[in-house]
Design a protein around this ligand. Structure first.
Ligand code: G6P
Length: 610
């Protein structure tokens, strides 16, 4: 993964790069480094640990440099040590390279370069790039040297390069890993994501795979891998940088949980007619013919986005007259599913940069299947590799554990399901109208749940020292049980498993004892009696039961040790409402355990390697 940033301009580069790295830290945070160019002098600083430790390392270094690179790492090749931190250099420390991605065939190049006398200082795959550039660089044309160095390399990369002999430029290149250019007044930027750039400029240019660019103070030059010049219209990004700051919340995760009413409302906004029940998604118009001929739907994604796909499967199956399957993108891609122009693939991703999801989409399109992407980040790679994109409008999500993006994905999937069903005549607008009316109440109901935060925090006080949790749900609450368990393990490091409640008796019941809390999700909407029996089964084994329910009654009160009550709603809102207390529960447990909530160990927000 990793986050990269490059700068050429007039401001003090050291401070600017450290600020940018703070924004990028969600992408990886096991080590960080910067390279600064002052005249022809290259200065390097890097160290294992977070960006704050790098900042400390360079705090006494006064620098006039206005050109530089910054990197924050998520280790793939070689442990997180000072020497494996980026930037990496050539033998003479005159060229500095930062890299996000994996060079798959680096080893033979490393061996050849070492045989030719190159001195390697790290165990990374990335360092070969610096030495290959060194071999091609004649001290004048850095762009050409980078282009040639990259030519034989396979894998994924977004790189930025500096050379002491080319003091006023940064060369960047992209193949399979995200990279965006930011254009300013007498200054230009490159970074792994848009929110990082927004602190400095709203004008961006997206780089496509196989493209390179040279950033200079007064402009940028784009070329393809043959060196042909490219002109691309810059785009204006609307996100306000302020929305990406914590705004008084202790963590981004808590802020983002509280932004869910807005994320949900913004994703629905202007996409339906309340009076008629008609869904309006002009972004899908180019696919109308294909939607009419579709005979099978695959939803594919990773992590939390995958669970959103699972929810959609349960909801859509009630009115779709064709089969629907949901698969992890990492499995889908290699499992050779039958795909043709009548198979619709829907890829869901907050970042739009997840390597597994992109891989699945490329495979699907190569075999003729139309692809719709559901993405949160404007202009992300997935949006450009799909036939159409339905954006979620959750705003920037910074916390590694996804919350508001999930709720926005569920909103977008509800709309998409209705849209397809209306197009195909499986649902009339009259039939969707009540569902839409109920969804319009979503933001108010989510707000009501957020008011229960104190109650949930008190529950967290009782349970935060437990080491194992079980989450049970059935039907459309099964994916929410999985998501509740995922949230808890991601940020609190507690072992938690999500199960389909009916599966309890086939294994997990053996785990239950007086120490093991079980969170049971039960809705009046479906299979109430069955799940109720599961609660009885847990209690009969002296298990502790926390019931989350929208159908509070004497029976449930009798068998539950603790209850979180959810407002009553329609099936379209049930998964959205049930997930909110589980997010808050995980958050408060993690807070009491003192973990690094926004940047949990070993994880990264956007997994751009397979
Ligand atoms: C990582 C994140 C998860 C996220 C998953 C998919 O594992 O830590 O929070 O759900 O990637 O990310 P995407 O950007 O594709 O939704």
């Amino acid at each position: 993964m990793c986050g990269i940033v490059g700068y050429v301009g007039q401001r003090p580069a050291k401070e600017l790069l450290l600020e940018a790295l703070k924004h990028l830290e969600y992408r990886g945070y096991d080590s960080a480094g910067i390279a600064l160019l002052e005249g022809n002098q290259l200065f390097l600083a890097k160290r294992a640990g977070k960006v704050s430790e790098l900042a400390e390392l360079v705090s006494k270094k006064s620098s006039q440099a206005t050109v530089g690179l910054g990197h924050t790492r998520w280790a793939t090749h070689g442990p997180p040590t000072d020497s494996n931190a980026h930037p990496h250099c050539d033998c003479h420390q005159k060229i500095a390279v930062i890299h996000n991605g994996i060079i798959e065939n680096y080893l033979p190049f490393k061996e050849e370069l070492q045989a030719r006398g190159h001195l390697f200082r790290s165990q990374t795959d990335s360092e070969v790039i610096a030495h290959l550039i060194e071999e091609h660089y004649d001290g004048t044309n850095l762009l050409e040297a980078v282009k040639r160095a990259l030519h034989p390399l396979r894998g994924a990369y977004a790189i930025a390069v500096l050379a002491a002999d080319s003091p006023d430029e940064v060369v960047v290149a992209r193949q399979g890993s995200p990279l965006v250019l930011g254009l300013g007044q007498n200054e230009n930027f490159a970074a792994s994501d848009i929110p990082t750039l927004l602190a400095f400029t709203k004008t961006v240019v997206f780089l496509n795979d196989g493209e390179l660019a040279v950033l200079r103070r007064h402009g940028v030059e784009l070329v393809d891998r043959e060196g042909r010049q490219i002109y691309r219209e810059p785009q204006q990004i609307e996100w306000n940088a302020v929305t990406a700051y914590k705004q008084g919340y202790k963590h981004f995760m808590l802020k983002e949980i509280h932004e869910q009413p807005l994320a949900f409302a913004n994703t629905l906004q202007n996409r339906y007619e309340l009076g008629t029940g008609r869904i309006i998604l002009p972004e899908l118009h180019t696919l109308t013919d294909k939607i009419h001929q579709v005979q099978m739907v695959y939803l594919t994604a990773m992590g939390t986005a995958y669970y959103a796909g699972l929810v959609a499967k349960y909801l859509w199956r009630e009115f779709f007259k064709i089969p629907i399957a949901v698969e992890l993108a990492s499995e889908f891609r290699y499992s050779k599913p039958y795909l043709d122009e009548h198979t619709l693939v829907i890829a869901i991703s907050q970042s739009g940069e997840t390597a597994d999801t992109l891989g699945a989409v490329r495979e699907a399109r190569a075999r003729g299947a139309p692809v719709i992407a559901i993405v949160n980040v404007a202009g992300a790679t997935l949006t450009r590799e799909s036939d159409a994109t339905l954006y979620t409008h959750a705003g920037p999500e910074i916390s590694v554990a996804s919350t508001k993006a999930f709720v926005a994905q569920l909103a977008a999937l509800n709309l998409l399901g209705f849209f397809i069903a209306q197009q195909r005549g499986w649902l009339s607008t009259g039939q969707t109208r009540p569902a839409i009316e109920s969804m319009a109440r979503g933001p108010t109901l989510i707000e009501q749940l957020l008011q229960k935060e104190h109650e949930i925090a008190r529950l967290a006080q009782i349970f935060y020292e437990k080491e194992h949790f079980l989450f049970l749900g059935r039907d459309l609450l099964y994916p929410i049980a999985l998501e509740g368990a995922l949230k808890l393990k991601e940020i609190s490091y507690i072992h938690a498993e999500g199960y389909a409640a009916g599966e309890l008796k086939h294994g997990p019941i053996a785990l239950i004892d007086a120490q093991m809390p079980t969170v049971v999700l039960v809705t009046k909407e479906s299979v109430y009696e069955k799940v109720f029996s599961n609660i009885e089964e847990v209690k009969a084994r002296r298990g502790i039961v926390i019931t989350v329910t929208d159908s509070l009654n004497r029976e449930i009160e009798h068998v539950s040790d603790f209850i979180i009550e959810i407002p009553q709603s329609s099936r379209w809102l049930v998964p959205i409402l049930f997930v909110v207390p589980l997010q808050l529960f995980a958050y408060h447990i993690a807070d009491l355990r003192g973990t690094d909530i926004d940047q949990p160990r070993n994880l990264a927000k956007s997994v751009t390697v397979e």
